[in-house]
Design a binder for this molecule. Structure first.
Ligand code: NDP
Length: 250
């Protein structure tokens, strides 16, 4: 067996209790990283225990932090706590997310503000806090959506807008942090089988019909791309996007 590519690294994944985030936490730990992750709900707290147990079974450290991504102080606090508990921070993954959908006229101000807080402000604030800890070789990876690049059905203007913002953030961070040897990238998943988008939901066959490959992603398909960017192979990839969407946007 070769050397683990992330041995000695410390990572923070927002929204790591379930779905794509949990797959990322497990993959980072399997490659040797110690991992902190956030969650928000009581259900998330229960799931977080399973994720912690899996990471510890791999011989790595796990830190589960309750931190609402809609709360700016909670976001910056989680970054600092992760760095304090793990003795530093090398990798930030902005993953926590929600899926508001429905007709434009039904979107409330509260939903607008909360979505932008979770998808946009939290990613910005977490990056801003993380750069105080990230060394040369540090990584910032955000989970966007293929819907940031193309919008093939109605009812998701808010979601698409909020995820598109991560592309601008990523390019800006890449320029600003490049001189310090820190990379920033966004991974755009397509429909992925999680609680947010179960592969047996009423809309799943419609979504499958949009895909070149006709199959849902597994959370691990997304985690594999995050691993690539986080590891040595991602050294010279910055300011760009990897779309992992079974060819939905082809
Ligand atoms: P899930 O709903 O399965 O999991 C969401 C995760 O984010 C949970 O860990 C949840 O914590 C956490 N979370 C949600 N809101 C907050 C908040 N306010 N503060 C902190 N944590 C929060 O979603 P997915 O795994 O499917 O999605 C992960 C990311 O991938 C999201 O950004 C999503 O937009 C994106 N994505 C998903 C796609 C899909 O088809 N599934 C496609 C494209 C992008 P808790 O368990 O406590 O609720």
């Amino acid at each position: 067996m070769g050397e683990l590519t992330l041995a000695g690294k410390a990572a923070l994944v927002t929204g790591g209790s379930r779905g794509i985030g949990a797959a990322i936490v497990r993959r980072l730990a399997a490659e040797g990283a110690d991992v902190a992750f956030t969650y928000v709900s009581a259900a998330g707290e229960a799931k977080a225990k399973d994720v912690v147990a899996d990471v510890e079974a791999l011989g790595r450290r796990a830190v589960a932090l309750q931190a609402d991504a809609a709360d700016a102080d909670a976001v910056t606090g989680a970054v600092d706590r992760a760095a304090a508990e793990l003795g530093g921070l090398d990798i930030l993954v902005n993953n926590a997310g929600v899926f508001p959908s429905g007709p434009l006229e039904d979107v409330t101000r509260e939903e607008l503000e909360r979505t932008l807080a979770i998808h946009v402000s939290a990613a910005f604030l977490a990056a801003q806090s993380a750069v105080r800890h990230l060394p040369e070789g540090g990584r910032i990876i955000s989970i966007g959506s293929n819907l940031a690049e193309r919008v093939p059905f109605p009812g998701i203007a808010l979601y698409a807008m909020s995820k598109a913002a991560l592309s601008g953030l990523t390019r800006g961070l890449a320029r600003e942090l490049g001189p310090r040897g820190i990379t920033a990238n966004v991974v755009h998943p397509g429909p992925t089988d999680t609680d947010m988008n179960p592969s047996d939901s009423a809309s799943a066959d419609f979504l499958r019909g949009l895909m070149s490959l006709g199959r849902y992603l597994d959370p691990d398909d997304v985690a594999a791309q995050v691993l690539h960017l986080a590891g040595p192979g991602g050294r010279n990839i910055t300011g760009t996007a990897i779309t992992v969407d079974s060819g939905t946007n082809a």
